[in-house]
Design a protein around this ligand. Structure first.
Ligand SMILES: *[C@@H]1O[C@H](CO)[C@@H](O)[C@H](O)[C@H]1NC(C)=O
Ligand SMILES: *[C@@H]1O[C@H](CO)[C@@H](O)[C@H](O)[C@H]1NC(C)=O
Ligand SMILES: *[C@@H]1O[C@H](CO)[C@@H](O)[C@H](O)[C@H]1NC(C)=O
Length: 392
């Protein structure tokens, strides 16, 4: 990063000699002086960024979830930290508590509204049905945020402990609003046996609802938005194994091409939605982050990046992908009255990309984070800690 900035400097300095001084101002923008000092993060999403929301409502994913970092169940669908955790670390903020977590939470530096299984559009299924999704869809996450915004200010005025646990009023416009949601909207169609074309056909409706929520957050004072696109779901065992994928529908990496095509279509439309939002929300800085490309390059060139397994889950039970939808990671069976763990974790999750057939490992998340933090995969190409700016 440092090297990149100084190269930029030299390049721009050189340009400025042959053009004019205004270019120098751009070069200065690459400087630390443009750092944003976000006092808080408000996150909206699904399991890719759930730090305890679904667990607070429906129970924790138990051991071995959390084993690589927290060493206990930590409300995360991962062996350790998520992209969002690395984002918080990078911005010098504590990890985010889930809004739904009533125990021990400190919301002075933000709150997390994401829950595993969340969709943008409300679903007509309940969580425990096959292909059931979280009741906390994005519109509900927004209601929660709205209520959080209003009520924290009432309580903060009471002073004392409330003052240290709840955010300042002015922090809502200085905060970073992060989004990682949409994957389950695509998956929900697949679970209902819809064709690829049927799923594509409802994507515009999904994105209309997404835009609606971003606009509402803007109206609540939000100004800095950091939006992840959706990942290559065709590389995840739980999607690959849903329906029969024909042999010629797999790419060289072993990912199911049709599912990835839909994800790319969704991302293309999401990017257009972001362009439209920028036109309407004049004071907003909206950064679109292409995590799809980063995750796909990790999966398709895993060996080059120091990983040994790229599709097979670290933690699971049997089959080509060590994934069984009936016996998830941590799954046990009772034999002669004794519980036996049969869906065990692999020995070394730090060299495996996929954790449980649905989610990436902490090691993969860290790798992805390292690629996106400097803005290399963002539009506009703005680093995380400068995401309060529309351009540099
Ligand atoms: C749920 O059902 C309602 C009413 O039939 C429908 O309008 C809506 O599109 C459905 N939602 C999804 C995600 O299918
Ligand atoms: C909550 O977190 C803030 C920021 O990290 C810290 O200053 C404050 O002391 C914490 N409050 C409590 C009660 O732990
Ligand atoms: C989807 O198809 C599978 C296999 O044919 C069937 O078992 C399942 O009930 C179907 N699901 C829906 C929601 O129609």
């Amino acid at each position: 990063m440092r090297v990149m900035i100084s190269t930029l400097w030299i390049l721009l300095l050189y340009c400025s000699i042959i053009t004019n001084y205004s270019v120098v101002a751009v070069a200065v923008a690459g400087d630390d002086s443009k750092k944003c000092e976000f006092p808080a993060i408000y996150n909206f999403g699904d399991s890719n960024s759930d730090t305890g929301g679904l667990s607070a409502a429906f129970g924790q994913p138990g051991y071995p979830y959390g084993e690589s970092f927290f060493h206990h169940a930590a409300g995360r669908y991962c062996d350790g930290r998520l992209l969002l955790d690395f984002i918080a670390e990078n911005l010098d903020l504590p990890y985010l508590n889930a809004f739904l977590d009533a125990v021990g939470s400190n919301f002075s530096h933000g709150a997390n509204f994401a829950t595993a299984g969340s969709t943008i559009r409300p679903q007509n299924t309940t969580l425990h049905q096959v292909g059931g999704f979280s009741p906390f869809s994005l519109n509900v996450q927004f209601y929660q945020f709205n209520d959080f915004h209003r009520r924290t200010q009432i309580f903060r005025k009471k002073g004392g402990i409330y003052k240290t646990l709840l955010p300042k009023a002015e922090d809502f416009s200085r905060a970073l609003y992060t989004f990682d949601i949409g994957q389950n909207d695509l998956a929900s169609g697949y679970f209902q046996n819809m064709s690829i074309d049927q799923v594509k056909a409802y994507v515009p409706d999904v994105l209309d609802q997404f835009k609606y929520v971003v606009k509402n957050i803007y109206e609540n004072g939000g100004r800095s938005f950091w939006i992840h696109n959706t990942g290559p779901v065709g590389c995840l065992p739980y999607i690959i194994e849903l329906h029969k994928v024909k042999p010629d529908e797999f790419d060289k990496a072993g990912c199911a091409i049709p599912y990835n095509e839909v994800a790319k279509f969704f991302n293309h439309e999401l990017k257009s939605a972001v362009v439209q939002l920028r036109k309407e929300l004049h004071l907003a800085a909206i950064t679109y982050v292409d995590v799809y490309s980063v995750k796909y390059s990790l999966i398709s060139q895993a060996k080059k990046h120091g990983f040994k397994e790229h599709l097979r889950a670290c933690c699971g039970h049997g089959g080509k992908y060590n994934y069984n939808k009936k016996i998830g990671c941590g799954g046990k069976v009772k034999i002669d009255g004794k519980e036996i763990l049969i869906a065990k974790p692999c020995k070394d999750p730090s060299v495996v990309v996929n954790w449980d057939g649905v989610h990436l490992t902490q090691a993969a998340n860290k790798w992805v984070f390292d690629q996106i933090v400097d803005g290399s995969f963002s539009d506009p190409p703005i680093p995380l800690n400068m995401a309060c700016h529309k351009h540099l």
